[in-house]
Write a protein that binds this ligand. Structure first.
Ligand SMILES: [Fe+2]
Length: 216
């Protein structure tokens, strides 16, 4: 996993928050007053704004960097041209204690979430029922299912912390392997919690050969 921060977040986020709010309002499928909304995942073909392009470029560069690092010891030696493809990109808006229950992402190897807008942490803490977890994203370790009835001693203490809570700020991008289960915890705030989510594939120009054979 990795966290990146968009340097131009202050200029980009205000524009995107307004555009996404208008897009939600004009979606015939949106029920006014609903506390959770997810757009269709075809934003790359629907939004043509300089601020959106800045975000997409930032996402692409961050993915390239993090995926390369994650596969550093596995990719074949030498230079390889890699083609990054964002196979889905969408936005979500939540408030009023809405949450997005535990799930994984399919049809991709990496996914991510960029926080366009959310109340500052000190403000979020003022909701005593959620405290610091107000609007956080929770990731579940693959070891989580192994804890049921498990033997516990100091030897496997590393297994006991099976979740990771990301307490986000606007302008942050969290990247994660797509198989990793996660959940957007309930959020209540003065501002809506607005995020952009996406799925990515990365292919080598000569085929996805890793250990001498090509992936299907
Ligand atoms: Fe997700």
């Amino acid at each position: 996993m990795a966290v990146h921060r968009l340097a131009q977040a202050a200029e980009v986020n205000d524009v995107l928050a307004r555009v996404f709010t208008v897009m939600r309002a004009t979606d015939p499928g949106y029920q006014a007053g609903s506390s959770f909304y997810a757009s269709s995942d075809d934003l790359l073909g629907r939004v043509d704004l300089p601020e959106f392009q800045v975000l997409v470029q930032f996402i692409a560069q961050s993915l390239q960097s993090t995926i390369k690092e994650a596969n550093h010891s596995v990719w074949p030696q030498g230079r390889h041209a890699m083609q990054l493809e964002l196979v889905g990109l969408w936005f979500q808006i939540q408030n009023g204690a809405a949450f997005h229950d535990i799930h994984t992402h399919g049809n991709c190897s990496w996914s991510g979430v960029y926080y366009v807008q959310i109340d500052p942490l000190e403000q979020r803490r003022q909701h005593p029922e959620f405290a610091a977890l107000n609007g956080a994203t929770r990731f579940y370790s693959p070891m989580f299912p192994l804890l049921g009835g498990a033997h516990m001693d100091m030897g496997n203490a590393f297994m006991q912390q099976a979740t990771l809570d990301v307490t986000p700020s606007a302008g942050e991008l969290v990247l994660f392997p797509a198989f990793l289960p996660h959940k957007a915890l309930p959020y209540s705030g003065a501002q809506d919690r607005i995020v952009v989510s996406f799925n990515a594939q990365l292919h080598a120009s000569g085929g996805d050969k890793v250990f001498g054979y090509a992936a299907a």
